[in-house]
Write a protein that binds this ligand. Structure first.
Ligand SMILES: NC(=O)c1ccc[n+]([C@@H]2O[C@H](COP(=O)([O-])OP(=O)(O)OC[C@H]3O[C@@H](n4cnc5c(N)ncnc54)[C@H](OP(=O)(O)O)[C@@H]3O)[C@@H](O)[C@H]2O)c1
Length: 344
């Protein structure tokens, strides 16, 4: 007997990707339930070659659910994750609601899989922010080799990171440019078509944005609290995949060749690094892929032990849905959960 899995937010960007990945990876589920808001009751969503009818979260009985993959935003998670966990399901949440709670593990399986055991305290596991997930996959093996002291990162984040309405806004605005129609800014504070916006999430008192703060706090929690990190997060008119220009300072020397070899053998990483036109990964090519792509690895001669690199990954997959499913697989592999129906 397999597991009974609920996907909350099944009509969203991340939820749809979760359903696709569960089917693709032949996740050991006997039954998958698609849940969303009242607006989506009865809406069809794809699950492999099947179609599931969406049910309403607020009327759903979670008592026989084993694993709940949540991706319906922080307010929904704040209200529902504790109730779902109390019904005996493990909640793997994609929102930022639980990430900084010391009783909730924040997991990227390639980096800190052992911390998953901490889920028993609240029955909730948090998935990191999309920009952090791909960053720590690339940093971890380099940290193991030469101890990272400081990271300076600039992100180039696709609109899918802001949900399905944000993708619609980029599409509509791009069309408006060619048809000379008026364009509206609804999801973004300024026009996103043929533009860049150096602002993601709310502003904090120190001038950083919450998205930038999340990268600092999450890198410390997942990888090492001693790492200093400063980020500039930018929204770009790309539909899927986030890119990052990353500068890293190390305690010990490390060459670009060593880093390339380490990353070639690192879990979840794929190195595309030919020093010629096109010899690097771009967001368009990484959409729909699982790996974190690392390119443009080079030494930074302006600091003692420094490297620069370019890191790209599909934010809906490694940055959200895939990572959540890898966490569920990790729980199963480590025999940390048992299907309720099997146990009964
Ligand atoms: N996109 C990314 O790259 C990414 C990465 C990491 C984390 N996340 C996080 O994942 C979550 C979802 O993101 P997304 O991009 O998939 O957003 P989205 O495309 O806007 O989808 C939101 C989903 O939440 C559902 N929902 C909203 N209110 C609800 C309610 N009251 N009850 C039940 N379901 C409700 C929506 O259902 P309806 O269709 O019925 O409204 C929809 O299925 C967010 O917390 C986001 O921060 C996203």
């Amino acid at each position: 007997m397999g597991y009974k899995v609920a996907v909350v937010g099944a009509t969203g960007n991340v939820g749809r990707e979760m359903l696709a990945i569960l089917a693709e990876r032949e996740f050991p589920a006997d039954e998958v339930v698609a849940l969303a808001s009242r607006r989506s009751q009865g809406v069809d969503v794809s699950f492999g070659d099947k179609t599931l009818k969406c049910k309403t979260l607020e009327h759903y009985d979670f008592s026989d659910i084993d694993i709940c993959l949540m991706s319906a935003g922080s307010p929904v998670s704040k209200e529902w994750s504790p109730k779902i966990a109390a019904a005996g399901a493990v909640v793997i949440d994609n929102s930022s609601c639980w990430r900084y709670d010391s009783d909730v593990p924040l997991i990227v399986p390639e980096v800190n899989a052992d911390a998953v055991a901490g889920f028993r305290k609240k029955g909730i596991i948090a998935n990191p922010n999309c920009s952090t997930a791909q960053l720590v996959v690339a940093l971890k093996p380099l940290h193991d080799k030469a101890r990272i002291t400081r990271v300076v990162v600039a992100t180039y984040q696709s609109v899918s990171g802001a949900g399905k309405e944000a993708m619609d806004e980029l599409f509509a605005q791009t069309k408006s440019v060619f048809t000379l129609e008026e364009m509206e800014n609804k999801k973004f504070p300024k026009r996103i078509a043929f533009n860049l916006i150096p602002h993601i999430d709310v502003f904090m008192e120190d001038g950083y944005t919450k998205e930038e703060w999340k990268m600092v706090a999450e890198t410390k929690k997942i990888l090492d609290p001693k790492i200093k990190l400063t980020a500039t997060c930018v929204r770009v008119p790309v539909f899927i995949s986030h890119s990052e220009a990353v500068n890293v300072e190390f305690e010990h020397p490390i060459t670009a060749d060593e880093a390339r070899d380490i990353l070639r053998n690192a879990p979840g990483c794929l190195v595309i690094d030919k020093r010629e036109p096109g010899g690097y990964a771009t967001p368009y090519e990484c959409a729909g892929e699982d790996a974190t792509y690392v390119s443009r690895i080079r030494e930074d001669a302006t600091v003692e032990n420094g490297l620069s690199m370019w890191v790209v990954s599909d934010n809906l997959r490694k940055g959200a849905a895939l990572n959540a499913i890898q966490i569920a697989e990790c729980l199963i592999k480590r025999k940390m959960i048992q299907a309720k129906r099997k146990a009964a």
